[in-house]
Design a protein around this ligand. Structure first.
Ligand code: 0PR
Length: 367
C-alpha cells in the first residue's frame, strides 16, 4: 500500500468511531490531547526512556515532570516515574510495599477500589481484605480500623473513585497507617483535588507512602501516561535493578518505555501550567454541579450520590432502554450494572453546552 492510501484507510477507520471533540463521549475519563503534546511525542518517538545512558534528555524531561507533580502534590522529597497508567502505578506501588515489608501479606481495600489493585494483589499472591463503604460510598474508616492486623502490608484508598467520583476520608485513614504502607489512588482525582480548597489528599498526609496520578486522565495528556510518586527516593532504591550487560539503573515495572509519552506529558504540563489545570478543574466541577442540578429536575432521573469530583452516577428510569435510546442519538455512555446508573465523566470536552444538550435529549427520550 502506498503511504497516502494507508493514511486514507486509517482515516476512514477512525472516523467510524466517535471523537472527543464531538463532545458526546461522556463515559470516558480520557479527553482530547493538545496538539503540542502530539508534536512532542513525534520528536521522541524513537527514544526508549529505559536507555538513560543514550538518551539523557528524556531522563531530564522525566525528572522535570516528576518535580512539577511533586510540587503540585506537596511532596518536597517525592520521587517517581511515568508509567503507562493507573494500573501499572497501582501494581508498582504494591510491589514497593511488598519489597519493604516482605513478611506481610494482607492488603486492606475499601469496596470501591479500582480493579487494578485487586489485579496487583493477585499477581503478588497477597490476600485482599475488603472493607465497606459509608452511605455516601466513601470508605468506612471504622471498618478499615477493624481489618488492621499484624499481617497488614498496605491500605489503599481512592481519591476519585472510577464509578462515582468519591474521595475516601484519606486524612482519617492516614491516621491509622503509622505502621503499614499507605497508598492513595488518585489516578482520576489527582489533577482536580489540588484545586479544591480544604481537601488534603497528597504528601501533606504524613503516613502517605505512594500516590497514583494519571496525566492521561484529567492531566489531558495522550494515552499512555500515568505517574507514580513515592514519598522520597528511598522507595525507588527498593525497586532498583542493575543489569550487568548495559549501564542502566532501572526501578520501573516496565522495561522499555516510551519517551514519547514522557515528552508529551512534559509538553502538556508546560503548556497548561498550574493555572491551566486549575481553570480546567473549576470548569469541570462547575459543569458537574450543573449536571447534578439539572438531572434532579428531570422526572424519574437523578444522581446516586453527590460526587466529590467530576464523575457522576446518573440514575435513569428504565436504564437499559433509556441508555440504548441515548446511544442511538450518538451519546457515548456506559451503564454501571452494579449500581444501575450510568457513569458520566465531566471531562474538559464535556462543556456546559454538552451538559445542557444531554439534558435536553434525555428529556426528549423520556417523553
Ligand atoms: N484507578 C482509578 C481510580 C481509575 O479510575 C483507573 C482508570 C485506574 C486506576 C486504572 O487506570 P488505567 O486505565 O490508566 O490503567 N479507570 C478507567 C475506568 O475504569 C479506565 C478507563 C479509561 C475506562 C477510559 C474507560 C475509559 O474510556 O473507568
Amino acid at each position: 500500500m502506498d503511504k497516502k492510501e494507508i493514511i486514507k484507510k486509517l482515516g476512514a477507520m477512525r472516523s467510524s468511531d466517535p471523537c472527543f471533540g464531538g463532545g458526546k463521549i461522556v463515559s470516558s475519563v480520557s479527553t482530547e490531547p493538545l496538539d503540542v503534546a502530539l508534536d512532542a511525542w513525534r520528536l521522541y518517538s524513537d527514544v526508549n526512556a529505559l536507555d538513560t545512558y543514550l538518551f539523557s534528555s528524556a531522563q531530564k524531561l522525566e525528572k522535570e515532570v516528576m518535580e512539577w507533580l511533586a510540587g503540585m502534590l506537596h511532596g518536597s522529597h517525592a520521587a517517581g516515574y511515568i508509567t503507562t497508567g493507573g494500573t501499572e502505578s497501582n501494581i508498582a506501588a504494591l510491589y514497593a510495599a511488598k519489597k519493604m515489608y516482605p513478611g506481610k501479606r494482607e492488603v486492606i481495600v475499601p469496596d470501591s477500589v479500582h480493579y487494578s489493585v485487586l489485579k496487583a494483589a493477585d499477581l503478588m499472591g497477597l490476600k485482599v481484605k475488603k472493607t465497606g463503604l459509608d452511605k455516601n460510598f466513601r470508605a468506612d474508616v471504622g471498618d478499615i480500623e477493624k481489618a488492621l492486623s499484624k499481617d497488614t502490608l498496605a491500605v489503599v484508598a481512592t481519591a476519585g473513585t472510577a464509578s462515582l467520583g468519591m474521595v475516601d476520608p484519606v486524612e482519617e485513614i492516614n491516621g491509622l497507617c503509622g505502621d503499614v504502607f499507605f497508598h492513595v489512588d488518585a489516578a482520576f482525582g489527582g489533577f482536580i483535588l489540588p484545586f479544591i480548597v480544604g481537601r488534603v489528599t497528597d504528601f501533606r498526609l504524613d503516613n502517605l507512602d505512594s500516590l497514583t496520578i494519571d496525566p492521561h486522565k484529567m492531566g489531558c495528556a495522550p494515552i499512555p501516561a500515568g505517574a507514580l510518586l513515592f514519598r522520597d527516593a528511598s522507595y525507588l532504591k527498593e525497586l532498583t535493578v542493575q543489569p550487568a550487560y548495559i549501564p542502566i539503573t532501572s526501578y520501573t515495572l516496565s522495561g522499555s518505555r516510551s519517551a514519547g509519552a514522557v515528552a508529551a506529558v512534559w509538553a502538556t504540563i508546560r503548556c497548561l501550567g498550574l493555572e491551566g489545570y486549575e481553570k480546567n478543574a473549576r470548569e469541570c466541577l462547575r459543569n458537574t454541579s450543573l449536571l447534578c442540578r439539572e438531572l434532579k429536575k428531570v422526572s424519574g432521573a437523578g444522581i446516586v450520590t453527590e460526587p466529590d469530583v467530576n464523575i457522576v452516577g446518573v440514575r435513569l428510569p428504565d436504564i437499559e432502554k433509556t441508555a440504548s435510546e441515548l446511544r442511538k442519538r450518538g451519546w457515548g455512555i456506559a451503564v454501571n450494572k452494579e449500581l444501575s446508573c450510568i457513569r458520566f465523566a465531566v471531562m474538559p470536552h464535556v462543556t456546559r453546552e454538552v451538559v445542557l444538550g444531554f439534558i435536553g435529549e434525555l428529556k426528549e427520550v423520556l417523553n
